[in-house]
Write a protein that binds this ligand. Sequence first.
Ligand code: TYM
Length: 334
Amino acid sequence: MTRPRLYSGMQPSADSLQIGNYIGALLQWRDLQEAYEAFFSVVDLHALTQPNDPAELRAKTRRTAAQYIAAGIEPSKSTLYVQSHVAAHAQLQWVLATLTGFGEAGRMTQFKDKSQRYGADATNVGLFTYPVLMAADILLYQTDIVPVGDDQKQHVELTRDLAERFNARYGKAFTVPTPVIQKETARIYDLQNPTAKMSKSAESDAGVLWLLDDPAVSAKKVMRAVTDSEGSVRYDRENKPGVSNLLVIYAALTGRQIPSIEDEYAGRGYGDFKKGLAEVVVGEFGPVRQRALELLDDPAELDRLLAANAAKADEVAEATLADVYDKVGLLRRV
Ligand code: TYM
């Protein structure tokens, strides 16, 4: 029986993933890898759109892959590989770029935010075509679903548009993918600034929970998270963004429902609630961190595993690329 396909990826843009990546994406990936034929990439080509030290980029790429495995992605079940190891990504990106409107790419909100933040001169063309490369990632694998946090939704919608456009113009080469976004956990907020998305590139470290941080540091960050003056542990996104964010994290990591956590802490202060959450975070991250560090102790073994998985990815990707090249009329090399 063939299983439907799943594709997702993360940028190796920091030494560690943050809890938003873990809850918004990795936990879904881990659960979905049973029912789907899954492809998970470390998107190092995308990371080149930011300034990088070459040695650090290599290290971050391994660290990201190690965290996928440590969090439960099984490289024997799923295809876990590094994007630049499969040449077809950059090749399909070019073809798709010729189908993407200049205005269409310019309307991507992540591009608009970043180019506004850094200014036109500091904004590279790679940042502009970033979503087109992402579309190539997804479309090469005839992907049915793309589990992501909500900041990636617009990019998956562009991917759908490009797939439909190509199929209509040249004949069907691509499955049209569907984004899968968990409503409650689609956006985890910064602990110090609970109306801003938690991000690997946050300006201050105090509001970001890193998967690979020392557990004592993570516990301290939870204890110092911004709340409010009401004192009751109650979910109310509008008026209590800090407490609501902590409740979402608590629920996601324990698999419990928010009302049952509210009940448990009814009549108790934020101190108790945060202590409880700190224990949950440390309990969850501790083993993941330990496993990731063990994997990183043997980089040669990790590299071999990534190479074997890249070979599996290559096979699927090359078949799609060959079909696309044929359909658009590139002369076959005989
Ligand atoms: P990236 O590396 O920024 O984030 C990886 C995943 O984590 C999710 N995420 C969050 N979810 C909830 N709350 C948060 N605060 C939070 N921060 C991040 C993201 O939505 C994402 O699912 N462009 C992508 C990488 C990519 C990709 C792909 C994804 C490249 N090609 C193909 C899917 C399919 C990115 O930069 O994700």
